[in-house]
Every structure is written in structure tokens, then in C-alpha cells.
Design a protein around this ligand. Structure first.
Ligand SMILES: Nc1ncnc2c1ncn2[C@@H]1O[C@H](COP(=O)(O)OP(=O)(O)OP(=O)(O)O)[C@@H](O)[C@H]1O
Ligand SMILES: [Mg+2]
Length: 279
């Protein structure tokens, strides 16, 4: 039985849970002059898979690099806005410190070390760790991706799909709170895309890893994500739950097959309405 005092001491309403990652109105400039992100905002709740969709050159990879700090290695800089992870500012922080905070980026094009074996690549992913569970985590990665265990040669000789699996496995070895994935479907057959995305979903569910997923394959991304953002020319032009986006006529036309090369600007379409964000 609850006493009246206990009931009276209860907060009136549960406090809103702050997102794990919050990108607030950021501007990104390369080489001091090339403005690529123009006031981009997005939130990723803890434990969620959120999709970031958009055509070539929209600024998806730039967004991920702004979060992981890798922009610095390309002479890029966040010149406005802020990025909060777990409630703390991370914009301007060095990439290795961001990895230690718990964010790991799986780069576009896999970027595994081709003249090392899979096992060596996996060990490399654990470079920030000093605990003794590395061997157990290698077994865990092999459980998710059994074929990696069978391929003992150099990683450079793995198939495209296997290299993608290795890149994801290497990210898991860092025991991250959050993984930023840049186009995991790139260059994979439809069957393999299905397989890789089902493992992404499994990893999210089993390990509670939060995932920000950049994709051109909207169908695959929205099949695993709970929420999605669509960006164009350095800005978010539409966002919603995965179901809302899947049902949206313009998204269907643009990203789920339909328009083909006839694409106009998303902004001219009927459903475009950018919510004003006072950030
Ligand atoms: N290091 C860089 N220096 C200068 N400009 C860059 C750099 N990297 C990207 N850009 C420019 O920024 C814009 C966005 O690029 P970005 O790679 O973020 O797009 P994307 O949405 O990931 O595209 P894709 O789907 O083709 O991977 C492009 O116009 C690109 O030319
Ligand atoms: Mg990209």
C-alpha cells in the first residue's frame, strides 16, 4: 500500500528523457569556405535506431563525421550550433576522445585494414579497452557473423559483404554506446542487405547499442529504424516515425522506387514542411 505522503512526493509528471545524441542547428564548413551543413538538427533517443536518409551529396557522411570528430581529419569544422552526447558537448573534441566517450563510426566503404586478418582487425577495434573481456567479445562477433571465423586470410580478400560485417564487428569490439553507420548496404546484393540489416537490428536489441544509420537504401533503413530524417542540401527537410515516412507519398516517390531519375527538389513537393526549430 502506498501512503499519501509517498503519493504526494511523486513528481507530477515523469521528466522527459533527454536523447542520447542531440545535434542542434549545426553548420559545417570545409577548408574554411565550403558551407555544407546549414543548420542541421536531429535527436537520437537512447537504445533507438534512427535513419538519416538523403540523395548523394546531401551531407549525410558530413553529419556523421561532425559527430565522430573525424571532420577534423578532412579540414572540416563545426562553425555553429552544438552536438550533445549524454548531455555533454562533444563538438570540437578530438576523434579518439569521442571513441572513448562511446561513439564509434563505421565509415562509408568499410575501411577495414586489408593487409591484416579479420581477427587482427577485430583486436584493433578494442584499442581503447583495458579490460580482459576482449576474447569473449571476439567470440560474440563470430556468433553474429559466423563466416568471419571461417575466413582466416587477409581481410582484403573478403567479399564486400564480409568486409561490411567485419567493419560492424570491429565497431562492436569498442563496446560503444552508439554506432554511426555510413551506408552499410553499399555494394551488397539484396539478399545480403537483408542479412546485414537483420543483424544490425539484432545487435541493437541484444546489446542495447544506439544506432544512427545513414542510408540511400531507404527501404532497408526504414525496416529497422523507429524514426527517420530526410536531408537535402545540408538540412533536414522532413522527419517522422519510420511508419509515417514509409506511408508518405513523396518519400515513396523519391526513395522507395518511383521517380527514378525524374527527381526534382524535395522542397517543392506537397508534404515538405520544415518544422521551425528554435534552437
Ligand atoms: N573533405 C571535403 N572537403 C570539401 N568538400 C567536401 C568534403 N567532403 C564532402 N564535401 C562536400 O560536402 C557535400 C556533402 O558531402 P557528403 O559526403 O557529406 O554527402 P553524402 O550525403 O554522404 O553523399 P553520398 O550519398 O554520396 O555519400 C558534397 O557537396 C561534397 O562535395
Ligand atoms: Mg556519404
Amino acid at each position: 500500500m502506498q501512503t499519501n505522503t509517498e503519493i504526494a512526493n511523486r513528481p507530477a509528471a515523469a521528466p522527459a528523457v533527454a536523447p542520447l545524441l542531440s545535434v542542434k542547428n549545426i553548420e559545417v564548413v570545409y577548408d574554411d569556405v565550403i558551407l555544407v551543413l546549414r543548420g542541421l538538427s536531429l535527436d537520437v533517443p537512447k537504445g533507438a535506431i534512427v535513419a538519416l536518409l538523403g540523395a548523394n551529396g546531401a551531407g549525410k557522411s558530413t553529419t556523421l563525421k561532425a559527430i565522430s570528430g573525424l571532420l577534423k581529419t578532412e579540414d572540416g569544422e563545426v562553425t555553429r550550433g552544438e552536438i550533445l552526447f549524454d548531455g555533454e558537448r562533444i563538438d570540437g573534441t578530438d576523434p579518439d576522445k569521442i571513441v572513448r566517450r562511446g561513439i564509434f563510426q563505421v565509415m562509408e566503404g568499410r575501411r577495414i585494414v586489408s593487409d591484416m586478418t579479420s581477427l587482427e582487425n577485430l583486436r584493433l577495434g578494442a584499442f581503447t579497452r583495458s579490460d580482459r573481456n576482449v576474447a569473449a567479445d571476439i567470440d560474440m562477433v563470430y556468433d553474429y557473423f559466423p563466416r568471419l571465423k571461417e575466413r582466416t586470410g587477409l581481410a582484403g580478400y573478403l567479399s564486400g559483404g564480409e568486409q561490411q560485417m567485419l567493419a560492424i564487428g570491429r565497431a562492436l569490439m569498442a563496446r560503444p554506446k552508439m554506432i554511426l553507420m555510413d551506408e552499410p548496404s553499399m555494394g551488397l546484393s539484396p539478399l545480403l542487405v537483408k542479412e546485414v540489416f537483420s543483424i544490425i537490428k539484432q545487435i541493437n536489441r541484444d546489446l542495447g547499442v544506439t544506432i544512427l544509420l545513414v542510408e540511400q537504401n531507404a527501404r532497408a533503413a526504414l525496416s529497422v529504424a523507429s524514426h527517420g530524417y530526410i536531408m537535402e542540401q545540408g538540412k533536414v527537410v522532413l522527419d517522422g516515425t519510420a511508419d509515417e515516412l514509409r506511408d508518405n507519398e513523396d518519400v515513396k516517390e523519391f526513395y522507395l522506387g518511383g521517380a527514378g531519375d525524374q527527381r526534382k527538389s524535395f522542397k517543392n513537393l506537397k508534404s515538405f514542411k520544415r518544422r521551425k526549430r528554435w534552437l
